[in-house]
Design a protein around this ligand. Structure first.
Ligand SMILES: Nc1ncnc2c1ncn2[C@@H]1O[C@H](COP(=O)(O)OP(=O)(O)O)[C@@H](O)[C@H]1O
Ligand SMILES: [Mg+2]
Length: 233
């Protein structure tokens, strides 16, 4: 479903951020992407989101390929791929509900459709009562819930989460982690970048892909799909 094949990424001044990275994230899978700061975690997520293109190699996402993707196809790809960040990235001058509605309005959805979907998503992330609150009126954990709801708005096949608990206290972090597990249970694949090794050790049932200096140094899921046909879509 998501496949990186021999991916290299070079940034103009900082050199090689990724060196020959290959892995296959299957439909509905949950995987941690770990490694120290600077290892290349965020770069991998941006490549899957097609905010960056590989210098060499290929990234395939749900039938799209970095090798052939046209600029006008990017919005369609992005609907298959939800993304959340450590810093939430909400629109500060819009309420929780408006942050979600905005993501649907740009697709031309009808108002009553938008309203129903926004309500359903806010309820799903436990924030039905805060629909009218602005980001500054919400705790960090609540802001991340809004960001997660926004990431799910187009029913993506995968949720990419870049250190989503990095700005949260322990209790809020646990809530957000449980929410990602719920999201995964309902069928959405999750790829979570984190440098929190305690968290990773705590959930040995989940796959771990570990990076060091831009290369995969460990992948607990390797070999599991050796007999599988090409699952690019
Ligand atoms: N936009 C960029 N321009 C130049 N270098 C970058 C950029 N983004 C990341 N890098 C470099 O690529 C490497 C990997 O960074 P990153 O993917 O952010 O790692 P991580 O998320 O694991 O901390 C680092 O050396 C970083 O300095
Ligand atoms: Mg990062």
């Amino acid at each position: 479903m998501i496949k990186l094949i021999g991916v290299y990424k070079e940034y103009p001044r900082s050199g090689l951020a990724l060196k020959n990275v290959s892995f296959h994230l299957r439909k509905g899978e949950f995987a941690f992407l770990t490694g120290p700061s600077g290892a290349g975690k965020s770069t991998i997520l941006r490549l899957i989101h097609m905010a960056e293109r590989p210098t060499e190699g290929e990234v395939r996402v749900s039938g799209f390929s970095s090798a052939h993707l046209r600029r006008r196809e990017v919005p369609r790809l992005r609907r298959r791929v939800g993304m959340v960040f450590q810093s939430f990235r909400l629109l500060r001058d819009r309420t929780a509900a408006e942050n979600l509605a905005f993501a649907l309005e740009v697709t031309g959805a009808r108002q009553n459709e938008i309203k129903a979907k926004v309500q359903r998503l806010l309820a799903q992330v436990g924030l039905a009562a805060k629909a009218g609150a602005f980001p500054d009126e919400l705790s960090g954990g609540e802001q991340q819930r809004v960001a997660m709801a926004r990431a799910l708005i187009h029913d993506p096949v995968v949720l990419l989460a870049d250190e989503p608990m990095g700005n949260l206290d322990e209790r809020a972090a646990r809530g957000i982690f449980e929410l990602t597990r719920d999201i995964n249970s309902s069928g959405t694949a999750v790829l979570m970048a984190t440098h929190d090794l305690d968290l990773v050790r705590h959930f040995p049932q989940y796959r771990v892909i570990e990076l060091a200096e831009g290369a995969v140094v460990y992948d607990s899921g390797i070999g599991e799909d050796a007999s599988e046909a090409d699952g690019a879509s």
